[in-house]
Structure formats: C-alpha cells, structure tokens
Ligand binder design. Structure first.
Ligand code: ATP
Ligand code: MG
Length: 224
C-alpha cells in the first residue's frame, strides 16, 4: 500500500513535514481513506508479526498526518507491555489508559495534548499484571464508544501479533488494520502467519506498509 523510507527520528512528520518520509505517511493516510468507499475508516491500528518492525513509528507519524489534515485525532497506547507513545510525544505516563480501565481516573483526567494541534494521546498508564484482560474488557469497549463521539479518528499502538493476543483483540475493534513489514528483516512465513491470525479474528486488513526501505535499494523510478 505504501512505503516508508528510513529517515532517522521517530516523528519525522513533526520535525520535517516536507520530507520524503512525511510524504509517505500522508500517502498512507490517503490510501487508508480511499480503501473504503462506503464507510469511513475511523479506528485504525498498525499490526506487525514481530517486535521492532516499526508499528509505533508508523502509527505515531500517521496520527500526526491525520491531525495536520485538520482532523481531531486520538492516539492510544494499547501496548500495555512495552508502552512507548509517552516517550515519543514527551508526555507523562504515571496515569493513563490502565488508570481508567481500573476505575481510578476519568478519561478526561488522563488525556494529554501534544505539540501537534488536534492530536491527543492516551498513554498506557502503569503496566498492569493482566494486559490482555484489560484490553478485552467491557470497560474498554465502552470507553472506545465514548471516545468515538469525541474524535474523528482513533489510532492504536499495539504489541506484535505473534507475541500476545492483545493486538488481535484490538484488531477486532478497528475499522481497518495495516500490516507493517520491515524490509528484509522478517521471514515471509511469519508475516503470513500474522496475516492468518488477523484474518481468523475477522480483522479488516486494508493493506501492507513496507518499512525501512533503503534509498539505495530502490530501483530507478520507484516512488517513496
Ligand atoms: N522508517 C524508519 N526509519 C528509521 N528508523 C525507524 C523506522 N521505523 C522504525 N525505526 C526504528 O526502529 C526501531 C523499532 O521501531 P518501532 O519502535 O516503531 O517498532 P515497533 O514495531 O513498535 O516495535 P515493538 O513491537 O517492539 O513495539 C525504533 O528504534 C525506531 O526508531
Ligand atoms: Mg511499538
């Protein structure tokens, strides 16, 4: 569906909106919007087979790309095992999603504004002993329904599909899933297996994004 290039720096869409990489994230956004004619894609996650393929980098930049288009965007850290969005956006994480799911705080108390206008982040909060249970809870469903009233687009950062069930649970709540594949890093059969898992829970896979494409490896005439 789209190719991300390998500029260093996780939020290139903020640091350098005119770069080729930022353009790739805008293209990913446009492709998602065009992938569904009859219904809008408003809840999105990036899946990957294994760790380190670029889910957090991609979802963070995609969230910025949506906000830069004027959308009201919420980016949620549903990687409750290895949360990362608080660092990416430099916001506190002593309270967050798990504080809401455990009824200690209201969601309005834990939502964070970011440097990007129109983009809010809901960080993970303290790491719980039972992440899958929390992600799959009825409270999570109800929270999501409330948040959909407030935001145009909600994006989720998730753990790898093959590691734990959390990503599959989130995928079944999403209008669309993009599978990110790290170029040359992950074996094809693992990608196939992850795709099979997602299909098994009826996730709507919109397409794949190839990450870490080396400029030098790109053939003449291929786009970014
Ligand atoms: N397109 C890119 N260009 C440069 N660096 C990248 C790119 N994509 C990812 N990285 C780097 O690769 C590392 C892993 O990326 P990232 O954290 O986004 O992966 P992940 O799929 O979220 O991993 P995990 O499953 O462990 O959460 C990070 O250090 C990130 O900065
Ligand atoms: Mg991650």
């Amino acid at each position: 569906m789209s190719r991300q290039t390998n500029d260093k720096g996780t939020l290139v869409t903020v640091a350098n909106p005119q770069s080729i990489s930022s353009e790739a994230y805008r293209k990913l956004r446009t492709n998602i919007q065009f992938s569904s004619i009859d219904s809008q894609i408003r809840t999105i996650m990036i899946a990957s087979a294994v760790s380190g393929e670029g889910k957090t980098t991609t979802i963070g930049n995609l969230a910025v790309a949506y906000a830069q288009e004027g959308k009201k965007v919420l980016l949620m850290d549903t990687d409750l095992r290895k949360p990362a969005l608080h660092r990416m956006f430099n916001v506190p994480n002593h309270i967050g999603l798990t504080s809401v799911l455990s009824s200690q705080y209201q969601v309005t108390e834990v939502l964070r504004e970011t440097v990007v206008e129109g983009l809010h982040v809901l960080t993970s909060g303290p790491i719980p002993p039972n992440p899958s249970e929390m992600i799959g809870s009825r409270k999570m469903l109800a929270l999501l329904e409330d948040l959909k009233e407030e935001y145009d687009v909600i994006l989720f950062d998730t753990p790898p599909v093959l590691a734990v069930t959390d990503a599959l649970i989130i995928s079944s709540l999403c209008d669309g899933v993009i599978l990110v594949v790290s170029a040359g890093k992950v074996k094809k059969d693992l990608v196939k297996k992850a795709k099979g898992y997602l299909e098994h829970v009826n996730a709507r896979i919109l397409g794949a994004a190839l990450n870490n494409v080396q400029h030098s490896k790109r053939r003449y005439g291929e786009d970014a």
